[in-house]
Write a protein that binds this ligand. Structure first.
Ligand code: EPZ
Length: 433
């Protein structure tokens, strides 16, 4: 989508008139490592339930630039990496896609070298890659930094399996080294791994194609290195996006009477459902759906406030911190929001205050939200993908019209969002500036 697009939203002024059904797309943070894992295969891999989002297009461009063949027939994608013609990640694309760092593991493990730019911090924090660099050194690679490029080479031509204790539970570092271990010489033991559903999804896919990975779903993974994997024509289904499901659940809690969120996996967002239920939101769940029922007559001030602390899975996901802070502006009481994962993920609070929220930001990771406060529509600029979604929620609750600029952030992670929101009754339109 175009960089300058904006959304215009007519607020519901606290009314709960949204209703109907909204379908959840495939997980952005699962499909990106799945696509990168194609490098570990001698034959074609195929995935279904692929979301139509910009980050998938960026990852596709990165892979094509390496000489890898991609065939996209939404919602399916086929990737053939039997020939890789380069080990240099495209500078411009990698700078725009933090998840490009996931490719370093499989490329280095298969080709013995890789060069890439620092994946770049973004507004939510500096996002260093020290855990990656330390891990590759332990696997027998040498790292040189030239201008703003990293060049990494396996000294013996091949990565060597070893034991790595991650100094923090990093989602993409866990995925990167799980994949590096699949082709490394000997056994790799990873400790203090992240256990997000997206990590488990990647491991299950690799195991289904013959990878020897033990400890899936725990913080210790043991990987036996071997030859290139074979998918043998299987199509692997990507998991639903728990962050998208949680975003629409929060939107529905504040602005919907009856809303069915389908094609999702409620068990992946248990803590979000638990917290909203505790606050008073009427939620029912099934195997693949979440339903908000008879919510229209419950005014938001009947919902109780709570303290919110983001935490690695299965704790509260940092990617839903901003949307949940909007929920807190409408509940009765006060709640401390403590963002423990990233250093700069409260930037959106200033714009919420301009809308009328009562927020005291104590430091870059902690703020106090008092509610309920009524919100007025404003001209907003989402600093990142998830804050952009939070502004869609605050604009929906607010009185009057809001403009949300640079919706290209939102397009990175939420496919056809205005179409799906229109279908449940939101007055939202995309404007090309
Ligand atoms: C993944 O990012 C997700 N992205 C993020 O989603 C998500 O917010 C994050 O995990 C936490 O759940 C993808 O999966 C593509 P981390 P990741 O490494 O892996 C620090 C979204 O909106 N760190 O778990 O990059 C880091 O700075 C995105 O979809 C180091 O210090 O996050 C952060 O403070 C945003 N050194 C913390 O660890 C390193 O080498 C956790 O980051 C690596 C990370």
């Amino acid at each position: 989508m175009d960089k300058k697009d904006s959304f215009i939203i007519e607020g519901l002024n606290g009314e709960k008139t949204l209703k109907g059904e909204i379908s959840i797309g495939g997980a952005k943070n699962a499909i990106l490592p799945l696509m990168a894992s194609a490098v570990l295969f001698e034959d074609e891999v195929a995935f279904s339930n692929v979301p139509e989002i910009d980050d998938v297009e960026r990852m596709s461009e990165l892979l094509i630039d390496l000489g890898i063949k991609i065939e996209t027939k939404s919602p399916k994608i086929k990737i053939s990496a039997n020939k890789i013609k380069s080990t240099e990640l495209d500078y411009e694309i990698s700078k725009r896609l933090r998840a490009s760092v996931i490719l370093t593991g499989p490329i280095l493990a298969r080709m013995g070298k890789i060069s890439f730019p620092h994946p770049g911090g973004c507004v939510i924090g500096p996002r260093p890659i020290d855990v990656f660099l330390e891990g590759f050194k332990k696997m027998g690679a040498e790292i040189s930094e030239k201008e703003k490029l990293y060049e990494i080479e396996a000294l013996s031509g091949k990565l060597v399996g070893t034991k790595i204790f991650f100094k923090l539970q990093s989602v993409t570092a866990t995925e990167t080294f799980m994949m590096a271990g699949v082709l490394a010489k000997g056994k790799t033991v990873l400790e203090n791994c992240a256990i997000e559903p997206e990590v488990t999804c990647l491991a299950e896919f690799l195991i289904s194609c013959g990878a020897k990975i033990k400890g899936v779903g725990t913080t210790t993974l043991e990987i036996e290195g071997g030859e290139l994997l074979k998918a043998d024509g299987k199509v692997f289904e990507n998991i639903p996006d728990r962050i998208e499901a949680g975003s629409f659940l929060i939107l529905g809690a504040l602005s919907a009477d009856n809303l069915l969120i389908k094609d999702c996996k409620p068990s992946d967002l248990a803590i979000v459902i638990e917290i909203l239920r505790d606050s008073g939101v009427p939620i029912e769940t099934g195997k693949d759906f979440i339903q908000i029922k008879n919510n229209g007559k419950i005014s938001n001030e009947k919902f109780k406030s709570f303290d919110l602390r983001t935490h690695e899975y299965p704790g509260f996901p940092t990617d839903l911190q901003a949307p949940m802070a909007v929920f807190l502006t409408q509940t009765t009481g006060e709640g401390i929001v403590f963002e423990t994962i990233f250093e700069g993920r409260l930037n959106y609070a200033e714009d919420l205050k301009r809308m009328g929220a009562d927020i005291a930001v104590w430091n870059p990771q902690k703020m106090l939200v008092k509610g309920p406060t009524s919100l007025r529509g404003k001209d907003l600029e989402g600093p990142d993908l998830r804050a952009g979604l939070a502004f869609i929620i605050s604009a929906t609750v607010a009185e009057g019209q809001s403009t949300i600029r640079n919706v290209h952030y939102i397009d990175r992670g939420y496919g056809q969002i205005e179409k799906r929101l229109k279908e449940i009754g939101l007055n939202i339109k995309r404007v090309q500036n």
